[in-house]
Write a protein that binds this ligand. Structure first.
Ligand SMILES: Cc1cc2nc3c(=O)[nH]c(=O)nc-3n(C[C@H](O)[C@H](O)[C@H](O)COP(=O)(O)O)c2cc1C
Length: 395
């Protein structure tokens, strides 16, 4: 199990926190927990290959939490059993996703409007599995319903082992600032550990929040996509050391290592299936969603901040499905090809993954905008590699 005191972990991010990225972040140091992209409970229960593949992880990622979304207590409990059978350390419940198509199905942040249903889901899952059941929520639904402290108490009573709070409401999406004062109130309202989340971009900010808010730890999303060394640097500061200095070359190597891992593992089924790219939620775990989520085409894109303004970064990105070749075996399959995808689809999938990451990664790097634009136009993986090698001066 993980130690919860001053824990620093990677927040779940659909389309971003695949096993390869989680491993690479972990290798940079200071990271005590990684959380998967959100996974559809309905998809798991129905045994959909591409949903099952989201459960993949490697031993080096431990402790690993798998995040589920859904609104039905029985389906969520059954999905938690599958997660446990695959050896995950924690099963987390998404009560923060503001995407209307998820909210409409009484899942994600919509559960903050239905605290009794939220508690029923937690209770059913706690009864079904032995591993800790945790909840990730937002501040509330909107300005009129900022109820994270109350919801945290309700899920604690239902048996949740910890909660994470992103200090914005669903209505805010990614606008404004995360409310850390509220996160502090949640921490004071319950006796289970509370992890704070929101707007931690610098190691100093992590240290400051850990020191001034009564949280047990932090989950970091976008900050880790910009700087995978953030936890190592915060660990240095906490220990009174100067923070690790990362060379330009190391920054470039991280991206090349990411490509290597994606290439080594082979394509997910989603790379073979253009339908996933055409779904309105593509790249936000859309491949995970119940078919009933796609009953109209009016889904608005969620705005994750500046990085995503063009809207194109997410096209075609999304962790994958699977050939289902080892369904039931549980563990991730690093170093082994999953299926024989046409090279073109597979290349496009990797290039899109790099585009998505570069949208964040190039922030704050001198000339980063140029690299971002060039990667967005690169036709294949070799071109992306070459751009990265030149830009970061890798010899
Ligand atoms: C691209 C992206 C995908 C996300 N996907 C999820 C998700 O699947 N589940 C979840 O609970 N939160 C998700 N989030 C929210 C983050 O976990 C986090 O709460 C939020 O980004 C605020 O933290 P930050 O300011 O450190 O990024 C996502 C955020 C981003 C930027």
């Amino acid at each position: 199990m993980f130690t919860i005191k001053s824990l620093m972990g990677v927040a779940p991010m659909a389309g971003m926190t695949d096993s390869a990225l989680r491993r690479l972040v972990k290798r940079q140091g200071g990271c005590g927990l990684v959380v998967s992209e959100m996974v559809s409970s309905e998809g798991l229960v129905r045994g959909i290959d591409r949903t099952l593949e989201y459960l993949d992880y490697t031993e080096e990622e431990r402790p690993v939490a798998i995040q589920l979304f859904g609104g039905d207590p029985q389906a969520m409990a059954a999905a938690a059993v599958i997660v446990e059978s695959r050896g995950a350390d924690v099963v987390d419940i998404n009560m923060g996703c503001p995407v209307p198509k998820i909210a409409k199905h009484h899942a994600g942040c919509s559960l903050m409007r239905e605290p009794e249903q939220a508690a029923a889901i937690v209770a059913a899952m706690v009864q079904a599995v032995k591993i800790p059941v945790t909840v990730k929520m937002r501040a509330g639904w909107n300005d009129h319903l900022v109820n994270a402290p109350e919801l945290a108490r309700a899920v604690e009573a239902a048996g949740a082992s910890a909660v994470a709070v992103h200090g914005r409401t669903a209505e805010q999406a990614y606008h404004g600032q995360a409310d850390w004062e509220l996160i502090g109130r949640v921490a004071r309202a319950v006796s289970i550990p509370v992890l704070g989340c929101g707007d931690l971009l610098e190691p100093e900010q992590i240290v400051e929040r850990l020191r001034t808010t009564p949280v047990a730890g932090v989950l970091v999303g976008r900050g880790i996509l910009r700087n995978p060394w953030l936890f190592a640097q915060a660990t240095d500061l906490l220990a009174g050391r100067a923070p690790l200095v990362v060379s330009r070359e190391d920054r470039g190597r991280f991206l090349l290592d990411y490509i290597d891992l994606l290439e080594a593992e082979g394509p997910p089924v989603v790379a073979l299936d253009d339908r996933a790219e055409n779904t309105p939620l593509s790249g936000f775990g859309a491949e995970n969603l119940p078919r009933s989520c796609f009953d109209d085409n009016n889904q608005s894109r969620i705005d994750f901040g500046d990085e995503n303004k063009s809207g194109s970064y997410f096209a075609g990105v999304g962790a994958g499905a699977g050939a289902g070749d080892d369904a039931g075996s549980g563990r991730a399959r690093a170093g082994r090809r999953r299926s024989a995808a046409p090279r073109a689809s597979y290349e496009r999938w990797i290039v899109n993954k790099l585009r998505a990451l570069c949208a964040y990664y190039t922030k704050g790097i001198e000339g980063g905008g140029t690299l971002r634009v060039a990667v967005n136009q690169a036709p294949n993986v070799a071109a992306v590699r070459s751009l990265i090698t030149k830009f970061f001066g890798i010899g």
